[in-house]
Write a protein that binds this ligand. Structure first.
Ligand code: IVH
Length: 674
């Protein structure tokens, strides 16, 4: 159907409004009302119309969130009102002093506060002129920041146009301030992907958010999952706020995302109470916070108390006790990983840190140790960043006594005694022996892990016990365990019940999807995602095993290092032998369906909750993938089906709330068979 220009213009307007409404429902209200497929359909229709009728293109169209060309540098932006920073408090006493100061300056003895989480991201300013997002900048030094408008536009919780509230005008100018952050789960995923690709890791979610926002190519920013919480305004024309509470209630009505967690406090005691509650809830939040910000609610009082040396006197950041600690390095030992990589690890005097006792911290590699000059016997500052493994930040040089010893990488593998090499262009040292027990242990653990064969209950402790007892030397031995039940049961703390469970779990893992199998092999540089791409491309294990470099390079995300790694893995006779043994032991690789059959569930997303009776999670997921579907771990409006087994969790609840179709195990099996 061909539309007249006038009809097209009207439809384009309609679509833009509808899409922004859905963005708002989803990203600001957290209450999606349509499925992802429906959303994508609207967006595609809009894109097509804008192509056909370029005269109606507009920079505020939802299609314009991505697509700006890379820049060569960021322009600087002067903030019309400086972006101040907050003074910190580290104790209740300091907060009470702050309260006393405010009361004295304002000459009032009752002050109301608003307490908010202190988000650990980076501050930005968004400028809206007549409701249109025209400029976005980083805080910079507070006076001038960088123009990151194009990057901010890729963040869907930032409206390109303000919503029109029923009884409020759109202000002539509104400068909104807030924090850009990345959720912890997305930070971890990003780092896993980077590790697979051999790229440097981000130290914590804040660095990841900052690194993602300060990309010259907005396409990269668009791939990172960033969010905003708005909490302040700069210059405003055509709107005034009298209190922080009013500000936090009003911004969402314009479509600006505000964190729902905050409290209006009658006095400082209530603010301190909020601080304690947040300290408790901190670990439950999907994002990192490093304290609580306590702000005078009334803007007139703020005027009166003013500011001093770049800090407002009407607000204070009450920081949580740091996730950093000092302790001593008792020793530096070397761990050997699945790929033979030697990782130096500091053995520490045990020290409490963020709720756990830390005894080890990674030192990453030799270069890192040299750069930071960490020695055995040193007092060091350690930290847990974004909940990753603790790391040593720096030695405390002033506490040295002269007895500290420098560390050098061993020339022989500490586990098997074989040679250690460092390849050119690599920071890591590796053990050359692919049968090194340390590598075998790690490779068995990797094969049994969730994303691979998913053998429940087979963790580090049992793998070690099995290896020490001589029951398992390499992965295929797992499938021969059932012939050695008596010895298995006799393992310390094993017993008949656990042994049975373990054997059942191993038996269940015999049916495995090609992607999981490839991942489980533990080929260097081949993570879960790439394994999936390889499975889709080659469809059978034999095809992958015989693939040439050229063929491998055709796969998205495979470069020559990765291709070489795959080829040399399959060229190694020991690896081919292992695969043969696995097949002999009855491991059945569910290879991808043929192209004409593909698509029974193409594009459909499944989420599983509860325990299935006849299938393991891994098998159920393999069935979905084999039919072209996708499996996700959380329910959202993107989910097509939730499959509920016995004792389903909160995901079922969420599915019902969102109106996602819920299937029983039987219904699911029927669906995959059709
Ligand atoms: S209000 C001067 N509220 O803390 C007050 N800031 O040191 C303006 N921050 O640059 C900021 N959470 O990056 C405010 N709820 C919150 C905040 C917050 C985090 C950051 C922000 C700012 C820094 C001030």
């Amino acid at each position: 159907m061909k539309l007249s220009p006038e009809e097209a213009r009207r439809r384009i307007e309609e679509l833009r409004e509808e899409i922004e409404q859905h963005n708002y429902n989803y990203f600001v209200l957290n209450q999606p009302t349509i499925s992802d497929a429906e959303y994508d359909k609207l967006l595609r229709e809009l894109q097509q119309l804008e192509e056909q009728f370029p005269q109606f293109k507009s920079p505020t169209s939802p299609t314009q969130r991505v697509g700006a060309p890379p820049q060569t540098e960021f322009k600087t932006v002067k903030h019309s009102i400086p972006m101040l920073s907050l003074a910190n408090a580290f104790s209740d006493d300091e907060v009470r002093e702050f309260d006393a100061r405010v009361k004295k300056l304002a000459e009032i003895d009752k002050i109301e506060y608003v307490a908010e989480p202190k988000f650990d991201g980076l501050a930005v300013e968004l400028v809206y002129e007549d409701g249109v997002f025209v400029l976005g900048s980083t805080r910079g030094d507070g006076e001038t920041g960088e123009d990151v408008t194009q990057n901010l536009k890729t963040i869907k919780s930032i409206p390109l146009r303000l919503r029109q509230p029923k009884d409020l005008p759109i202000p002539r100018r509104l400068e909104v301030r807030g924090e850009i952050y990345m959720e912890i789960a997305d930070f971890r995923k990003l780092n896993e992907e980077r590790e697979e690709r051999g790229e440097p890791l981000f130290a914590n979610p804040r660095n990841a958010a900052a690194g993602s926002l300060r990309q010259l190519d907005p396409k990269i920013t668009a791939q990172r999952k960033l969010h905003i919480f708005c909490y302040d305004v700069g210059q405003t024309v055509g709107i005034t706020f009298r209190t922080q509470e009013e500000l936090l209630r009003t911004l969402p009505r314009y479509g600006l995302r505000v964190c729902p967690i905050y409290r209006v406090c009658k006095n400082i005691d209530e603010a301190l109470e909020f601080y304690r509650e947040m300290q408790e809830r901190r670990e439950e939040l999907p994002y990192e916070i490093d304290g609580v910000v306590i702000k005078v609610n009334d803007f007139e009082i703020r005027e009166i108390v003013g500011e001093v040396s770049r800090n407002p006197r009407w607000a204070i950041a009450y920081k949580f006790p740091p996730k950093q600690a000092t302790t001593r390095v008792k020793d530096i030992v070397v761990q050997v990983g699945r790929t033979g990589k030697l990782t130096p690890v500091a053995v520490l005097e045990p020290v409490p840190l963020g709720g756990v006792t830390v005894q080890h911290a990674t030192l990453h590699n030799q270069d890192e140790i040299e750069k930071k000059d960490i020695r055995i016997g040193d007092w060091v500052l350690i930290q847990r960043a974004g909940d990753v493994i603790p790391e040593v930040v720096q030695p405390i040089v002033s506490r040295r006594t002269g007895t500290e010893k420098k560390f050098t990488m061993p020339e022989r593998c500490p586990v098997c005694g074989d040679r250690v090499v460092r390849l050119p262009d690599e920071v890591d040292y590796r053990c050359v022996n692919i049968s090194c027990p340390a590598r075998l242990k790690e490779s068995i653990l990797h094969y049994a892990s969730k994303g691979a064969a998913d053998i429940e209950g087979l963790g580090e402790r049992w793998v070690e016990a099995l290896m020490n007892a001589g029951l398992v030397k390499e992965i295929p031995d797992l499938y021969k365990l059932k012939e050695r039940v008596i010895e298995l049961v006799r393992l310390e703390r094993m017993g008949p019940k656990l042994a049975e469970n373990l054997l059942n779990a191993i038996e269940k893992s015999k049916k495995i999807s090609l992607a999981r199998f490839i991942y489980g092999l533990g080929i260097r540089h081949v993570g879960e995602r790439l394994a999936e791409l390889l499975a889709q491309r080659f469809r059978t294990l034999d095809a992958l095993m015989n693939a040439s470099e050229e063929e491998l390079l055709q796969v998205e995300e495979v470069g020559s290092t990765v291709a070489q790694s795959i080829i040399s893995f399959f060229q190694d006779e020991r690896n081919r032998e292992m695969i043969r043994k696995l097949r002999e032991a009855g491991v059945q690789i569910i290879e991808e369906v043929s192209p004409q059959k593909a698509g029974a569930l193409a594009g459909k997303t499944f989420v599983f909750t509860g325990t299935l009776k006849t299938l393991t999670r891994g098998q159920a997921e393999a069935l979905v993938k084999a039919a072209g579907g996708r499996v996700s771990s959380s329910v959202s409006r993107k989910t097509d089906y939730v499959v509920a087994g016995e004792e389903p969790g909160s995901k079922l609840q969420k599915a019902r709330e969102l109106g996602v179709t819920v299937l029983s195990e039987e219904e699911f099996l029927k669906l995959v068979k059709t």
